[in-house]
Design a protein around this ligand. Sequence first.
Ligand code: ABU
Length: 236
Amino acid sequence: MSSGEGVVVARPLIGVSTYLESGARWGVWELEAALLPVGYPRLVQRAGGLAAMLPPDAPELAAEAVARLDGLVIAGGPDVEPVRYGAEREERTGPPAPDRDAWELALIDAALASGVPLLGICRGMQLLNVALGGTLVQHIDGHAEVVGVFGGHAVKPVPGSLYAGVVPEESFVPTYHHQAVDRLGEGLVPSAYAADGTVEAVELPSSDWVLGVQWHPEMGEDVRVMRALVEAAAAG
Ligand SMILES: NCCCC(=O)O
């Protein structure tokens, strides 16, 4: 990226966690594939960052990975295994993805420990809450109305929050979730709500830049949340 005066300024490197789903196959070779909806890297790129995919790896390598990043996104995906927050699995909770849980929790721990700016999206926000000792409601009605189809609803920022500094107005967001934050993790505070009182964004005031959003910015047009992460990554 050029600064406009002939000086090349490196784009912040933003790691995005990815999936290794057992059923994923690519091309005529049907090779095993690492998956990430393309909206994530595209949004990082639109926001001025350079996207790096982070498939599940040994959790003990997470700190080494995060040390090379300027920012981290924990992407959306399957339900967090309830044992991670001390609960029994309920009927409507999806099948566990223990390797992914372990890797992404280790990434979150490493980002929190090192001060690398962190954005959790949907599952990523829920996992951030769990990483800090919070719990989840395992099923709520009305937020993922049709299986496989993203919905949308309004979210209202909490005045004075980091999030409100990025998106000051009430906005309509793309959403797909059937779980939600129950008890907040240590140090987290709500930074946006849905009309029904569901916590839709959280942040960690004791950190420089940690935000979780329950919706999917990679499915919409609004680049502001990702741009704020990229700017925080550039400033770090
Ligand atoms: N629990 C995973 C994130 C999406 C959902 O709540 O359905």
